[in-house]
Design a protein around this ligand. Structure first.
Ligand code: SAH
Ligand code: DHB
Ligand code: MG
Length: 248
């Protein structure tokens, strides 16, 4: 065989494998999406308030990075299981996960959600109003690195559940404040801790991945926090949640 033939064969093989890989990824996403739809139909009846929240967020050109419906329902169930009366969310976007979480609250319960973008907060505020939850939810605008210390300074009573879902480079800092706003038994949940599995790549150039890796260092160093990480697949791709509890 001539060298040139070998080069062509290698090139063809690489192209073939790359193509196969991307087709397999598409097939997985298709299947994950189909299963999300299957369970969506079984477990989640049509929900005009949440559907309208997504529609309005899309119309206002907010990024479609809200949690999926089944994940939102999981958050609601976790808050209910916790009997949460006070919930803190970091990263509101259009208020989709906010509405899910606030639905778990009893009468007199309260949710504070922190959002950096005024525009996102405005869309969220309207969606929250449409969902009839204005009396339970407070949207605070500003960077969480300012609004979290403000909460601590105000001697804000501890939260029962805290959901971290804002900018990933901020996660480690937000977690430290979250610990200060917790009591024994508080649940802390963080979104997007897997990122297509990139989280295991120490040399990733994605600042979001590095943000999660730093968060993981801080979490593992915190002896008062007992956590697990769960990988998820679905219509939104491959990602995961960190779920844990404050123990001391
Ligand atoms: N929890 C939402 C999605 C949040 S997306 C849901 O599932 O429906 C992340 C949000 O965090 C965006 O709206 C972004 O504007 C906001 N964000 C980014 N940096 C922030 C910061 N420093 N402080 C607070 N919010 C921030
Ligand atoms: C991104 C952020 C999120 O909170 C999410 O759930 C998905 C993607 C992002 O910044 O790309
Ligand atoms: Mg998220």
């Amino acid at each position: 065989m001539r060298t040139t033939d070998a080069v062509f064969q290698t090139k063809d093989a690489i192209l073939y494998l790359a193509n196969l890989k991307s087709r397999l990824i598409d097939m997985s996403l298709e299947r994950w999406t189909a299963v999300d739809e299957y369970y969506g139909k079984l477990l989640m009846p049509p929900d005009p308030q949440l559907e309208s929240a997504l529609k309005k967020s899309l119309a206002a050109e907010l990024p479609a990075i809200n949690v999926a419906a089944n994940q939102g329902k999981m958050l609601m169930l976790l808050a209910k299981m916790q009997k949460a009366e006070r919930i803190l969310e970091i990263g509101t976007l259009g208020g989709y996960s906010t509405i899910w979480l606030a639905r778990a609250l009893p009468k007199g319960g309260k949710l504070i959600t922190l959002e950096y973008e005024q525009k996102h907060a405005d869309v969220a505020q309207e969606n929250i109003k449409n969902a009839g939850l204005s009396d339970k939810i407070e949207v605070r605008v500003g960077s969480a690195s300012d609004t979290l210390p403000e909460l601590v300074n105000e001697k804000c009573p501890p939260f029962d559940l805290i959901f971290i879902d804002a900018d990933k480079p901020g996660y480690s800092e937000y977690f430290k404040w979250a610990m200060q706003l917790s009591k024994v038994g508080t649940t802390i949940i963080a979104d997007n801790v897997v990122r297509d599995g990139e989280v295991i790549n120490p040399t990733s150039e994605d600042e979001r991945v590095q943000g999660i890796r730093k968060f993981n260092e801080v979490v593992t160093a915190e002896k008062r926090f007992c956590a697990t990480a769960i990988q998820t697949v679905g219509a939104k791709g491959y990602d995961g949640f960190m779920i844990g509890m404050v123990t001391d």
